[in-house]
Ligand binder design. Structure first.
Ligand SMILES: Cc1ncc(COP(=O)(O)O)c(C=O)c1O
Length: 382
């Protein structure tokens, strides 16, 4: 018998809900991916790059052309000049970047603070590094950092704090003032920050994304992660990047080098071509996704769900207390999928210890208007 190194990891709720949606013919608003394609010019660039013979290994750190585009975008959006060769690494997905950053600095017995509800890859990555996750709950309601709880969770063993803004699943944003506060809190400690910013360009209502890349002090001890999959509507391309100061980049690359060695070459070329030709794409994203959020939420106003519109990401949390307070969120998601034809994600799965009585599910809105209209009609009928 094999003794599992990850005994608590099983089939994720994302797989369960997507399978159930497929079996029952429900509209799938569970797993986070668009039901429309990335830009034509991007997909055409990929075909061209494949046919033109760009099909052998890329450099370990990523194609220079793509790293240059990332550096230019970071300079434009966050005012930081990062080293193309020494601070940017292209990775096969943001998940891979997260894994490498954690393996690079977390040692046996180290503690890593994560904020619940949190994305599901952090804890297994910490466990595989023989570290221990310390789960600190975000505040009920607005999902802001609870500074008392965070201070109480710090210990001499804390090696890393993982933040995620805009936040999956709540859509909440960390503010610049909160980054200042975090910097002050860990100023005299030997703690790294892993900043998961995969939804950096999905910020609504005129709000600004407070990136760690724009924070001089925090960046010195940070790994910042983003995902081309989210930004260019191509989640299946599984291409992302890691930005960190040279010494941290060097360590993360040692891991990356032996987990993947490099990302997929023609995908990197296609992204570099598209970014060079269409720098405006990222500037147009907030309005593009805000229109989807509002199209969906406007229709949900007529339902019995209650909600506050998400400030970022492409997820909308809704409270179902007025509909089935008797059901926990997993049962609610299953019931809605089977009986009402809309699949969602219960947010208790993002917690180590879900708050008692929380009645929230996550609906994913990067969908065509027709899909959102049909889903909203079904949700309004519950
Ligand atoms: C918060 C968060 N981080 C990371 C990822 C992973 O991104 P990628 O698909 O590029 O690995 C996701 C994807 O859902 C996410 O929601």
């Amino acid at each position: 018998m094999i003794t599992s190194k990850l005994p608590n990891v099983g089939t994720t709720i994302f797989t369960v809900m997507s399978q159930l949606a497929a079996e029952t013919g429900a509209i799938n608003l569970s797993q986070g991916f668009p039901d429309f394609d990335g830009p034509d010019a991007l997909r055409e660039a990929l075909c061209r790059r494949v046919m033109d013979g760009n099909n052998q290994y890329a450099p370990m750190a990523g194609l220079p052309a793509l790293r240059e585009q990332v550096a230019a975008k970071i300079a434009r959006c966050y005012g930081r000049q990062v080293g193309v060769d020494s601070e940017i690494t292209i990775t096969p997905g943001a998940t891979h970047a997260i894994f490498c950053a954690i393996q690079a600095v977390v040692r046996a017995g180290d503690e890593v603070i994560v904020f619940d509800p949190c994305y599901d890859s952090y804890a297994p990555s910490v466990e595989l590094a023989s570290g221990r996750c310390v789960h600190v709950q975000l505040k009920d309601g607005d999902f802001a950092i609870d500074w008392e709880k965070l201070s109480a969770a710090l210990s001499p063993r804390t090696r890393m704090i993982v933040i995620n803004t805009p936040h999956n699943p709540s859509g909440a944003l960390i503010t610049r003032e909160e980054l200042d506060r975090l910097a002050a809190l860990i100023r005299d400690r030997d703690i790294y920050v892993l900043s998961d910013e995969v939804y950096e360009h999905l910020v609504f209502d005129g709000l600004q994304h407070a990136s760690v890349l724009a924070h001089d002090e925090l960046y010195q001890r940070a790994f910042v992660v983003s995902s081309f999959g989210k930004t260019y509507h191509v989640t299946g391309w599984k291409t992302g990047y890691l930005v960190a100061p040279p010494a941290l980049t060097a360590e993360a690359r040692k891991v990356h080098q032996f987990v993947a060695f490099c990302g997929v070459t023609p995908l990197q070329w296609a992204l570099a071509d598209f970014m060079a030709a269409h720098p405006e794409h990222v500037d147009e994203l907030p309005a593009f996704y805000q229109a989807k959020r509002d199209y969906f939420c406007d229709r949900l106003e007529a339902s019995r769900f209650t909600f506050t519109r998400a400030s970022g990401t492409y997820f909308q949390l809704v409270d179902y207390s007025r509909i089935r307070p008797d059901l926990n969120d997993v049962d609610m998601s299953l019931w809605m999928t089977r009986e009402h034809g809309v699949a969602s994600i219960p947010i208790s799965v993002f917690y180590q210890n879900p708050p008692e009585g929380q009645r929230l599910i996550r609906l994913c809105f990067p969908k065509r208007e027709e899909t959102l209209r049909q889903a909203a009609e079904k949700l309004c009928a519950i």
